[in-house]
Every structure is written in structure tokens, then in C-alpha cells.
Design a protein around this ligand. Structure first.
Ligand code: NHW
Ligand code: EN5
Length: 388
């Protein structure tokens, strides 16, 4: 069934439940001298290119490939539309390798037809911190699908990760592959219910009118928590401490240091928003919430072309109840004109989803590790990792 994935060091379906297999790397690293020195062969009309995301022109090409060919929902009504600024942020974290931003071009026209990326990350699995690549933005142009290009791209990114002496990876997908460490549910909180219904993102509930629905999702104009404010550069040390302490309770999470927090959590307009609660009395930073901006193109609607979505990222509550903190996140997201606030059922999110009027979506997100076995599938609440 999985001609490619059967050949890879990932948990295989036949091994599910086999307790004799140990946790940890599936295969050991090979000496760097034994890593293939030349790129894998592509079908002859195509060639490899390393994408320089500093270049406005290359960034534009990547943006357009993804805008037209990246992930859609199961009814092809919406397609992710990552912005250029977002792509630059996602692909240039501390210690990134340009060689992991891999494109495929048509030799004759030089048109960009496929893409895959990795960025380095330290991921903690129980009490081991493992250097990994986070793989994302795998995309093959719609006209070149089902030609087995994806396995070649995955092997090539694997080779380039190995050249940096890194032997594990983490990735997510909407499709089932061998073998998820956990499967998360998407939840959606309407902020602009009229538009969501007009574009087919959501439906009017049974026995609900439009005006009752608008009233149901109404939010206050201002956050309720005293000391709730935008995160600033000076907050990086305190936020790092808060987040490291919080994430340590999950089975799998990133091992963020101050540089990572500055990159991944310091607010960047239209990319990442972060808020915290500074105690008005002690000036301690006690709580934190964040969300990233990922619009989707609305395919074939007369009135609207973009759905503005916020995605819950990392949230930490020590003093403010998580429910109240996330209600404040909804309030600021609404003020910033987001149409919907999305979240996965990871970490402690289940404690606020229903009460804050999130509803389950029709999409799931499967989490995977490459070359690292985990004994049993995790509960979603044991997962402390959000990928973009
Ligand atoms: S998930 C988003 C993936 N992208 C999209 O869904 C965009 C729209 N679709 C496409 O562009 C986030 C194509 O359909 C793609 C497949 C390119 C998806 N992950 O070329 P063929 C990520 O970016 C397997 C992994 O003929 P295609 C994470 C499939 O099972 N494998 O298909 C990426 C089959 O193998 P099998 C996937 O439709 C993680 C083979 O590809 C997959 O023209 C990558 C068929 O290839 C997916 N999302 O192109 C893995 N979708 O064994 C990283 C399909 O079943 C691993 N396939 O026969 C770690 C590497 C680094 C290790 C470092 C130590
Ligand atoms: C790697 N970083 O299916 C990501 N989205 O539910 C790659 N559904 O938006 C993998 N189909 O349920 C991504 N509205 C996998 C996800 C791909 C995109 C996807 C789903 C997630 C989604 C929406 C729209 C469905 C349109 C028809 C959905 C219902 C919302 C409703 C609001 C009111 C309360 C009940 C729920």
C-alpha cells in the first residue's frame, strides 16, 4: 500500500502495539562520509534549485506556487495562502540552513513546480532533547501530481538534513501515513459568522437565524484581564522561563531558548501575535497567549476572496484562568478583523474549546516523527508542539 513509506525509518503499521520495540531512533546515524554527496535524480525535464528566501523574486515564486497548489480542505473550497512575510519568518529561524529550502524547476522554462522545506529545531521527547528538522511546505504543482515526485523530494531533503548531522524529523499532515504519534482535531471559533456562512465555511445551525447567530458569537470590545498587553522584546527572558516551564509537562514539545522565543513569539505584524499578562502589582509575567496569521483563499465565491484565520500557537496560564486568557485572545483577534480563530485539541486546549464556542471542524491533523519510535500513540493533551 505505501510503496515509499514502507522503505523509510518510520513506525510501520505492522508494528503498532509491538512492545518489544524500544523507544528512540529506529536506525543509527551513518558516518557523514557515507551520506550520498550528489542530489537524487529527478525526471529529466526537472532540476533542483535552492530557494533563497532573502530574494524578493524567489520568495514571490514560492508564494505563488503555494498560493495556487498548496493544501485545500476536503471539498476544495479553501486553500492556504501563506503570506510572503510569513514564509520568510517560518523558514529563517535561528540556525536555519538555506540548503533545506528546496525547489524543483522545469529545465526549459525555469518555472518553479515543486517545493519542500526543513528548519532545525530541538524537540524534547520525554526527557531526551533531539535535534530534528521540521519539514513543511511540501508541494507539487497540480499538473505534476501522482508522478512519484514527492518521494524524491522527501529523500532529497532527508539527504540534506543528514549532511548537517541531523537524523530525526517532525512533520504534520492532513493525510494518514505510517504512523501518527497522535491525531488532532481542528476546532473553529467564529468571529465573523455572517461571512463564514456566506462563503460556506460554516452553516447556520438548525433553528438558528442569522441575527441569533451573530449575537451568539458576539465578544466584548476589550480584553478583560488587568495587565493584558502585547509582548515586547524586553519580555523575552520572562516568556522563555514561563514557556519552558509550561512545556516541560508534555511528552513531546520544542526545547525553546531565548533566541527561539524572540524569533517564534515576538510579535510580527500579520504573522505572529503574542500577548501576556503582567501583574499590575508585582510586574511578574504570569500568563501568555499567541496566534499566527494564516489566510486561506476562498475558491469561487463572488463576494469574498480571502478568509482571515488566526491559529492558536502557544498559550500558558499560571494565574489567569486559561478560559479567560483565551477569551481575551478571541477579543484581540476579533479587533484585528480575523474571521475565524482556529485551534487544535493539543496541550490544555480541550479545557476551553467548548466553553468558548469553538466547534469541531471537518479536518484532522496527524503528527509524525521520522526515525524516532514512540511506544504508544500519545493523547492529544500530551502533545506540546504546534507546527505552522
Ligand atoms: S502536509 C502538506 C502536504 N502538501 C499538500 O498537501 C499540498 C497539496 N498536495 C501536493 O502538493 C505538511 C501533493 O499531493 C503532495 C504529494 C506533494 C503532497 N507527506 O508524488 P506522489 C508538509 O509539508 C506520499 C508525506 O505521486 P503527489 C509535511 C504518499 O503517501 N508523504 O504524490 C511533509 C505516497 O507514498 P506511498 C506524502 O500527490 C512531510 C507518495 O507520497 C504526503 O503528486 C514530508 C506519492 O507521491 C504528505 N503530505 O504529491 C515527509 N502526501 O508510500 C517528511 C503524499 O504511500 C519526512 N505522500 O506510496 C521527513 C524527512 C526529513 C528527515 C530528516 C532526518
Ligand atoms: C501542515 N502545517 O481541512 C498543515 N481544514 O477543520 C497541513 N474546515 O477549515 C495539513 N470542507 O470545518 C492541513 N468549518 C490539514 C487541514 C487542511 C485544511 C482543512 C479544516 C479543518 C477546515 C472548515 C471548513 C470546511 C469547508 C468544507 C470547517 C466548520 C466550522 C464551524 C464553525 C462553527 C462551529 C462548528 C464548526
Amino acid at each position: 500500500k505505501h510503496k515509499f513509506w514502507e522503505t523509510q525509518p518510520v513506525g510501520q503499521f505492522k508494528d503498532v502495539g509491538d512492545t518489544s520495540l524500544p523507544e528512540g531512533p529506529i536506525e543509527p546515524p551513518t558516518p557523514l562520509s557515507e551520506v550520498k554527496q550528489e542530489p537524487y535524480n529527478l525526471p529529466s525535464p526537472y532540476e533542483w534549485t535552492t530557494c533563497d528566501m532573502d530574494s524578493e523574486e524567489t520568495c514571490n515564486e514560492v508564494y505563488n506556487l503555494l498560493k495556487n497548489n498548496y493544501v485545500e480542505d476536503d471539498e476544495n473550497m479553501f486553500r492556504f495562502n501563506y503570506s510572503k512575510e510569513f514564509l520568510r519568518w517560518a523558514l529563517r529561524p535561528p540556525g536555519y540552513y538555506k540548503s533545506w529550502h528546496i525547489g524543483v524547476r522545469a529545465k526549459t522554462s525555469k518555472k518553479l513546480v515543486a517545493f519542500i522545506t526543513g528548519v532545525p529545531a530541538r524537540i524534547r521527547v520525554r526527557d531526551e532533547v533531539v535535534k530534528m528538522a521540521e519539514i513543511n511546505f511540501l508541494c507539487v504543482h497540480k499538473k505534476l501530481r501522482s508522478k512519484r515526485l514527492a518521494p524524491v523530494m522527501i529523500k532529497e531533503v532527508t539527504r540534506r538534513v543528514h549532511l548537517e548531522n541531523i537524523w530525526q524529523a517532525a512533520y504534520t499532515a492532513g493525510v494518514v501515513l505510517p504512523t501518527p504519534i497522535t491525531t488532532c482535531q481542528y476546532w473553529h471559533r467564529s468571529l465573523n459568522p455572517k461571512k463564514l456562512i456566506d462563503v460556506g465555511f460554516s452553516r447556520l445551525g438548525p433553528r438558528m437565524t442569522m441575527s441569533r447567530t451573530i449575537k451568539l458569537y458576539k465578544l466584548p470590545d476589550q480584553p478583560a484581564t488587568p495587565g493584558f498587553r502585547k509582548m515586547e522584546l524586553r519580555d523575552v527572558p520572562a516568556v522563555t522561563r514561563l514557556l519552558r516551564n509550561y512545556l516541560s509537562q508534555f511528552v513531546v514539545s520544542p526545547d525553546f531558548d531565548e533566541n527561539d522565543v524572540e524569533h517564534w513569539l515576538l510579535p510580527t505584524e500579520d504573522v505572529i501575535d503574542s500577548y501576556l499578562v503582567e501583574s499590575p502589582k508585582t510586574h511578574d509575567i504570569t500568563d501568555f497567549c499567541s496566534f499566527y496569521t494564516l489566510p486561506s483563499s476562498i475558491l469561487g465565491n463572488q463576494n469574498y476572496s480571502i478568509l482571515k484565520a488566526a491559529y492558536s500557537y502557544y498559550n500558558v496560564s499560571t494565574k489567569t484562568p486559561l478560559l479567560q486568557l483565551m477569551n481575551d485572545a478571541l477579543i484581540v483577534a476579533k479587533k484585528k478583523d480575523f474571521d475565524v480563530f482556529n485551534a487544535l485539541d493539543v496541550m490544555h486546549n480541550e479545557s476551553f474549546l467548548k466553553e468558548l464556542k469553538f466547534g469541531p471542524g471537518d479536518g484532522q491533523l496527524h503528527y509524525y516523527l521520522y526515525n524516532y519510535r514512540i511506544q504508544n500513540a500519545l493523547r492529544t493533551s500530551e502533545l506540546g508542539l504546534v507546527l505552522l
